[in-house]
Design a binder for this molecule. Sequence first.
Ligand code: SF4
Length: 161
Amino acid sequence: MPKTRKITYRGETHTIRKWAEILKVPASTIRDRYMAGVPIDQPQRKKVILEYGGESHTIKEWSEITGLDPSQIRARVGAGWPPERILSPVPKKYARKKAAHHTKTSLCWQCKNAVPSPWTGAGCEWSREYKPVPGWKAEMRERTNLKGSYFVFKCPKFEKG
Ligand code: SF4
């Protein structure tokens, strides 16, 4: 008969099954956390680094950049979407952000040319080659770890998407 493993945590010693009852999580979760050497009462989230457009950021940072909800980005990552889809704007009917939010984000996040597509012809100098679009009004921005990105205010190639 296999020996029942006991875990001592915060001064209490219990079996994995008992800890699972106390913490109201599956025993497998307790076992995984214990084996990973992390606190058994805290959900562990792996730091996901997403690469897109030559930049690498965490979900939190992408959320600040795009205005998308972090849980939305995380769900899209979990669904296995490609980066350009993960970071694309939320369709209008699902958008939960207030209108005020749009003043904090670059015009690109509402533009269908932000995601180049050989099928629809969507795209622009910026989304394809990271070159300024002639005639745009944009400002170099530095936010958290984001360096050298543009915040676009006006753009002759903007198309609501
Ligand atoms: S066309 Fe202009 S607004 Fe649209 S993605 Fe390109 S730079 Fe941004």
